[in-house]
Design a protein around this ligand. Structure first.
Ligand SMILES: Cc1cc2nc3c(=O)[nH]c(=O)nc-3n(C[C@H](O)[C@H](O)[C@H](O)COP(=O)(O)OP(=O)(O)OC[C@H]3O[C@@H](n4cnc5c(N)ncnc54)[C@H](O)[C@@H]3O)c2cc1C
Ligand code: HEM
Length: 386
């Protein structure tokens, strides 16, 4: 897309957001218009449409912001298009969504802002989004969904379970990627989960799931999953595991179940040719949150290039915790404090490739701490749709 089109789309989107109170007004108007104009589309969306976690609108905002960096945006849209095959939607649906986006934007912008040039620029942008998604979907030879049968559901903490499933067919995912899953009893409520192990010949996948209190799906996964249940999985997503420079030193930072996509990558590294120096910081609120230390310790003992540093905000487990939260003998002592602060103060991380995985607030604060310590934001990688 040419620079004039890109700048018209970005600036009008910003002005509309500033005048109309941001994403929520846009999202509300978009869905009201879409479902009124195309009632048949409503059935694809979950009954409870929580605007706060509206991911479609957030994706549009993300794409618009980065239209001038097609290398970032086009692969993301292609992945989304391949994954959207799970909804069993058609090109007509894409046309309806594109038309709704433009109609609602034009209405919110008003005639002064929505000039012929701006309208033309938006038509081009929406066409680019829709074409990239639909062409990627059409060109994908793999299935639109995989069926996973639960083999094991291990409750490692009161609010955290490790679930292992066997897929009906091999899934070609890369360590560091995630996937959209739909579990029994929660129709149309797809949620992302990160693969905690690299792909193997046995079609086995593992997820680590933490309960979000008040959530629709995670409490059901923790409390209601049974061996033999079948889950649906979409196409693999994300590019976290793609390192810019395979020889550069690495810093990996995980909070809670954020360890899943990092351990999946670490588990494959011993088999690789290059072994860049890697520091892994794993953080939690309490010592017991560091539930995966045994495996990480075992990995670091056989991998001289890997240092694992546990961090917890509170040094003692709460009085009601009855399990064990010991550090494996010989491992780096647990450092006390807030994860982002501990990492930023630990060493000079400039000249490292960095991955941060965890809840949106931890990703934000850690990124902020690292940048304040002189790290270039281009060196910090995290999931784009947070
Ligand atoms: C790329 C990616 C990978 C992910 N991988 C994993 C994973 O491996 N394991 C895992 O357990 N989860 C993972 N998640 C989070 C997961 O997809 C769900 O968002 C989470 O399980 C909550 O779903 P829910 O249906 O229970 O809550 P919802 O019904 O979706 O949300 C309920 C409320 O909780 C808030 N909320 C949602 N998620 C969080 C959160 N993480 N922290 C605080 N508040 C939240 C929402 O804003 C909402 O207000 C991942 C998310 C992304 C974007
Ligand atoms: C214009 C291009 C589109 C973009 C950029 C886009 C983007 C997204 C994103 C990022 C998500 C969240 C992740 C996911 O579940 O896959 C999502 C969810 C969804 N999309 Fe799309 N989408 C587009 C078009 C469509 C179309 C044409 C339909 C057809 C009905 C559709 C239906 C859905 C549904 C049902 C969800 C789940 C919503 C939820 O769980 O709250 N999308 N979309």
């Amino acid at each position: 897309m040419d620079p004039l089109t890109t700048s018209l789309v970005k600036s009008s989107f910003k002005s509309i957001g500033a005048t109309h109170g941001g994403e929520n007004t846009f999202a509300r108007s978009f869905y009201t218009f879409l479902f009124a104009a195309h009632p048949e589309i409503r059935q694809y969306f979950p009954a409870a449409m929580d605007l706060q976690r509206d991911r479609l609108m957030r994706a549009v905002g993300y794409v618009v912001e980065r239209l001038d960096t097609p290398d970032t945006v086009l692969p993301l849209l292609a992945q989304l298009g391949r994954d959207h095959r799970k909804y069993d939607i058609t090109d007509d649906h894409y046309e309806a969504v594109g038309e709704a986006l433009i109609t609602v934007l034009a209405g919110l912008a008003g005639p002064e802002l929505w000039t012929d040039e701006t309208a033309h620029a938006w038509h081009n942008a929406v066409a680019l989004i829709v074409t990239t998604m639909t062409e990627a979907a059409r060109g994908e030879p793999g299935p639109p969904t995989w069926v996973g049968t639960v083999l094991d559901h291990r409750r490692v903490l009161d609010d955290l379970a490790i679930v292992r499933l066997e897929l009906d067919q091999p899934m070609p995912y890369a360590p560091g990627q995630y996937v959209s899953v739909q579990v029994p009893g929660r129709p149309r409520m797809w949620r992302y989960l990160s693969f905690a192990t690299p792909p193997g010949p046995d079609r086995m996948v593992e997820f680590h799931v933490r309960r979000v209190s008040g959530g629709w799906v995670s409490p059901a996964i923790i409390g209601e999953t049974r061996v033999g249940d079948t889950w649906l999985l979409g196409s693999p997503l994300g590019g976290l595991g793609v390192w810019q420079n395979p020889e550069r030193s690495r810093l990996m930072i995980a909070e809670g179940t954020g360890i899943a996509p990092l351990r999946a990558q670490l588990m494959t590294m011993p088999r690789l040719f290059e072994h860049p120096r890697t520091h892994l910081f794993i953080g939690g609120t309490y010592p017991y949150d560091l539930y995966d230390l045994d495996l990480l310790w075992a990995l670091s003992r056989t991998s001289p290039w890997l240092t694992v540093v546990p961090v917890s905000e509170n040094n003692q487990s709460p009085w009601w915790f009855r399990g064990t939260s010991d550090i494996p003998a010989g491992m780096h002592d647990r450092l006390p404090g807030q994860l982002g602060r501990v990492v930023a103060e630990y060493a000079d991380w400039t000249d490292h490739d960095i991955q941060v995985v965890g809840s949106p607030s931890v990703v934000r604060t850690t990124k902020y701490r690292l940048m304040a310590a002189g790290v270039d934001s281009d060196d910090i990688h995290h999931d784009p749709l947070y």
